[in-house]
Structures are given as structure tokens and as C-alpha cells.
Design a protein around this ligand. Sequence first.
Ligand SMILES: [Zn+2]
Length: 275
Amino acid sequence: MLTPFREILEERRAAGAAAGAFTCYDATTAIGVVRAAEARRDPVLLLVAEASFRSPSGRLLLPALLAVADAARVPVCVQLDHVDDDDLIDAALAAGAGAVMADGSKLPTDDNAAFVSSVRSRAPGAGVEAELGHVEGGEDVAAATEAGALTDPDEAATFAAATGCDCLAVSIGNVHGRYARPPALDWDRLRAIRERVDVPLSLHGASGIPDADVRRAIELGVCKVNVNTELRERYLAQLAAGLPAARDGLRLLELEESVIDAVSDVVAAKLAVLA
Ligand SMILES: [Zn+2]
């Protein structure tokens, strides 16, 4: 069932858990994500990447994911991820997105705050996630990445209060894509941010962070965890493995079902860590 962003995050926070947010490049992935969430009776977030939403075919993905979310037996919210373009944000909100990530993290802090405040004022019914400090790395192509600018706890407090964002993505040593070196998350920084900021915190780039560290981040106040790379790895591995047999007899349906199962397995394992 379609459920407000804030409601999902607050419920997870109260439960001492985090909501899994999974990037879906097609409806097949979304079906796998929701299947795992339903089996566990966990809420879940479906993410549309900016590159998807920018393309004419990808523009159809958002309504497709909304349909998957609407039919789900668990709370689901569809979010446009990491966008700094006002037109794209407005288009996603008009199309019914439950949340947007207004990512001004490459801007000076004041400009970032002005951008997020502006989005907040245009999206009264939708969730708005912001990012302070910068989580490095590309969303759609995995490359070895070093950590970017870290979130300043005092700045985060001022920023969250000024913008009215519903969720704040923190940069504490996490990156998108593949970690150039084993991740060393800055726990003191996360603790300091949590002490000063009351809105739900999110951790991006969870693929590659050991489960024990993800759990520790949740114990220190993270209640949304974004996952993308692991899903793509498993999806493509299953596609490659299943393709020879599928070609014999053009068994497209069976191939797609096997990909849904593979995605669902990855998501179930991740949700178990987040619960
Ligand atoms: Zn991200």
C-alpha cells in the first residue's frame, strides 16, 4: 500500500530499525523488492534513479513502481533519488512520487539549504530528503570511490531546522558504488549528528558496508538505508547464468521469474540486517 515517507521512517525509528531503500531500474526489480518485504512484513522504499527518470522510457518507470507499491501488502513509498533539478523534482511530484531526494550536496551549504527549502515548500504532501556533506560516487555505474566531504554535526542541526527536511543523508565515510578501501565509518561523528538533529537520518552506499557496521549505524540513529550496487550485481549475475537455458525455448517468463527471485533473496538478507 502506498504510504507516506515520513510515516515509514518514523515507524522504523520507533522500532529501532531502518527502512530499506532499493534502487529499481525496472519493474522486475521492484516486484522482487516488494516480494521480499511482504514475506518479512517490512515496509520498504522503491527508489527511481535520476538517470532513469531523465530518459523518456524511464519516465514511465515511476508510474510503474507506483502501481507495484499500491498493490503491495506492506507499506511502500516511491522516491525520486538524488536530484538537483527543480523541473525533474516537480515532474516527479506531479506524477505522484511519495518522496524526492533534493540533493544539493555539491552546492555551498547556504545554497543547498535554499534549494531544499524551496522543494519543501512545493511538496507539502511528499517527503523531502536532503544531503549535507557529500556522499561520493556514481549511482548507476559502480567504480572504486573514496569518501567525500563529511557531514558537520553543528551545520547539520542548523540545516535540518532551516529546511524542514524529513530525512537527512549523512556522509560519515560511506560512498556510492564500490569502496576504494574498506569503509571506516566515523562513529563519533554519527553520534554527534544524532544528538543535534532530530529528523530521521539516512545512510547511502550500504553495499559494501559490513552488516555489523550497518547495525551499529542503526543503533546510533540511522533509520533509512539505501542499497543499489548489490542489487545490480545479483540481477546481472542471475541474468547471465539464466540466459543460455532461457534462449532454448525463448523462456523469457522463466528468466524474469529467476531474476525476481534473485533480487528478492538479496533484499530479504538486507532487510534482516535492518530489522
Ligand atoms: Zn545515494
